[in-house]
Design a protein. Structure first.
Length: 227
């Protein structure tokens, strides 16, 4: 009985991770669209960047729980096994670069353009590292995520994982919390908007480079059959 309960807990964790990842993917795509033209979309860029912290917390929490349970020898999580080795090795870079991009972006909202310190360089560099890392990560899980979400949405599915109604609530609730934080912090970005309006908008070169790095990362991963 305990083994069955543990197995259902593994499935619940897996589906929560998938749901949070799907929401994050949509937010990431919107955020990337704003990067293409910061001269006119900086307000949206700041809002979406802060908003993503909510579902990101869910994703980090669920994957962190799986990590702890697997490496502390929980039988159900050990039986499920870890992700493929290449994706497992890539995971620390995905986490570190994501936290660096989001964290440095939020820090820049507070510092303003007058004294940004090291955060502009950190934001750009971590973005360029994050692009190929997240591209490989997304492609590696692209087919798995819809399948896991469909299991939660399908009525009468055999042996449903516990928390079927709770998972959407947690994910959307954290998304709403991120939106509230974004609304509260958006006025603090006014100095940056004035800075942009004064003709100092950054070019799109780093965005194009990031897209090239992402494409290159996917190509390399495919050549080496990482998934």
């Amino acid at each position: 009985m305990m083994q069955r309960s543990d197995n259902r807990g593994v499935a619940a964790n897996e589906r929560l991770t998938a749901m949070a990842g799907a929401v994050l993917l949509v937010v990431f795509v919107v955020e990337l669209a704003t990067v293409s033209d910061l001269g006119t979309l900086l307000s949206a860029h700041v809002f979406v960047g802060v908003l993503m912290a909510g579902p990101l917390a869910v994703k980090l929490g669920s994957t962190g729980w799986r990590f702890v349970r697997y490496y502390t020898g929980n039988p159900a999580f050990v039986l499920q096994g870890p992700p493929p080795l290449p994706l497992r090795l890539l995971a620390p870079l995905v986490v570190a670069s994501t936290l660096a991009v989001v964290g440095s972006g939020i820090a820049l909202v507070f510092t303003g353009p007058a004294s940004p310190g090291p955060f502009v360089a950190l934001h750009v560099i971590s973005f360029l590292v994050w692009m190929p890392a997240i591209a490989i990560h997304v492609i590696g899980h692209f087919l798995e995520v819809p399948r896991l979400i469909a299991k939660d949405l399908r009525r009468g599915a055999p042996e449903p994982a516990p928390g079927r109604r709770l998972r959407p609530g947690v994910t959307l609730g954290m998304l709403a919390a991120g939106a509230i934080a974004a609304l509260l912090l958006s006025p603090a970005a006014a100095p940056w908007i004035a800075w942009i309006d004064a003709g100092r908008a950054p070019g799109s070169a780093f965005f194009v480079v990031g897209l090239g790095l992402a494409a290159g990362g996917i190509l390399v991963a495919r050549l080496f059959r990482w998934w």
